[in-house]
Ligand binder design. Structure first.
Ligand code: ADP
Length: 258
C-alpha cells in the first residue's frame, strides 16, 4: 500500500482561483496506473480552497453569518476539483472512489477529533482506490474550520501503515529554505528526523491557510515516528512519481522512518 498526496501546488494553479492543471493531473494518473500499486490518494485543495477560505476566514471558525455562505461555496468548489481528479483517474481505468472529509471527519479547535475510517477500510478491502482531499469540516468547539490534506495523510498513515508515504509537490523535494524565495537554498536528498525542525520554510505569496511547508514537515515528523518512510517528489517532472512507486531512485527527498 502506497499513500500519495498530490499537492495543491501541483494539480492547481495556486495564484488563480479554481484553476485545474489537467495535463499535470493526467500525467500523474498515467504514472499511478502504470506502476500498478495499491494506492490511497489524498489531494490538496489548492486554489479551489484557499482563496475563499482566506476571504471568509474559515480556518478560525464561526464569527459571522456570511461565513456559512463561504463555507458551503468552498465545500462545493473543492468537490468540483475532486470531480476533476476522479475523472482523470477514471480515464486511466483506476477504480477511484471519493471520500469527502466534510462528511466523515470532525475537528476540535482546529485539531483532529474523529474520523470514520470504516469506509476507507472497506473500500480498500474491495480493491477500490479511496480518494480524499483538503476540505472544510465541522469543528466541535469553533463551529467549523479547515481539514488539510496533510492532516489526512497522517490519519491514513496511522490507519494503514503504508510501505511509503509520498508527497507530490511542485519542487524537487525539500531544501534548506524556500527555493522560490532564496537562490542559495540547497537541495536535501535525505533528512533525518532530528533535523526537520532546523529547516526554514517561509511561506509563498499564494500560501495556503494550512501552514504550507512548515505544517507539512511537522506532519512528516509524526509520520516518521510511525516507522514509515516519507518521500517528497516533483510532480511536474515526467515519471518521477512512477519511479518512486517502482522503488527506483529519482531526484527526491527521503525522510527515513524512525
Ligand atoms: P502543497 O500545496 O503542494 O501541498 P505547499 O504549497 O503547502 O504544498 O508547500 C509546498 C511549497 O512550499 C513549495 O512549492 C515551496 O515553494 C514551499 N517551501 C517553503 N519552504 C520550503 C523548503 N524548505 N523546501 C521546499 N519547499 C519549500
Amino acid at each position: 500500500m502506497y499513500l500519495i498526496k498530490l499537492g495543491g501546488s501541483v494539480i492547481t494553479e495556486k495564484s488563480t482561483t479554481a484553476t485545474f492543471r489537467s495535463k499535470v493531473m493526467d500525467d500523474l494518473s498515467r504514472q499511478i496506473a502504470k506502476a500498478g500499486k495499491d494506492v490511497l490518494l489524498v489531494h490538496g485543495a489548492g486554489s479551489f480552497g484557499h482563496v475563499l477560505a482566506k476571504k471568509y476566514d474559515l480556518i478560525n471558525g464561526f464569527s459571522s453569518k456570511k461565513q456559512r455562505y463561504g463555507f458551503s461555496q468552498t465545500q462545493a468548489l473543492v468537490q468540483t476539483l475532486n470531480g476533476y481528479v476522479l475523472s482523470s483517474l477514471h480515464n486511466h481505468h483506476l477504480p477511484a472512489v471519493s471520500l469527502p472529509p466534510h462528511a466523515l471527519l470532525r475537528l476540535k479547535n482546529k485539531e483532529f477529533e474523529r474520523i470514520n475510517m470504516d469506509f476507507f477500510k472497506e473500500y480498500v478491502t474491495q480493491d477500490f482506490m479511496p480518494v480524499t482531499y483538503g476540505d472544510v469540516a465541522l469543528d466541535s468547539v469553533i463551529g467549523f474550520s479547515i481539514c488539510s490534506g496533510d492532516l489526512l495523510m497522517l490519519l491514513l498513515a496511522k490507519a494503514f501503515h503504508p510501505e511509503k508515504v509520498i508527497f507530490v509537490m511542485d519542487e524537487d523535494g525539500v531544501y534548506t529554505k524556500n527555493p522560490k524565495r532564496y537562490e542559495d537554498a540547497e537541495f536535501l536528498e535525505t533528512i533525518c528526523y532530528d533535523d526537520i525542525d532546523s529547516l526554514q520554510t517561509s511561506l509563498d505569496d499564494h500560501a495556503d491557510v494550512t501552514k504550507g511547508m512548515s505544517g507539512k514537515l511537522q506532519t512528516i515528523k509524526k509520520i516518521s515516528a510511525l516507522h514509515s518512510d516519507t518521500v517528497l517528489v516533483n510532480g511536474l517532472v515526467p515519471d518521477r512519481l512512477y519511479e518512486v512507486l517502482t522503488d527506483q531512485a529519482p531526484v527526491c527527498t527521503v525522510i527515513k522512518g524512525e
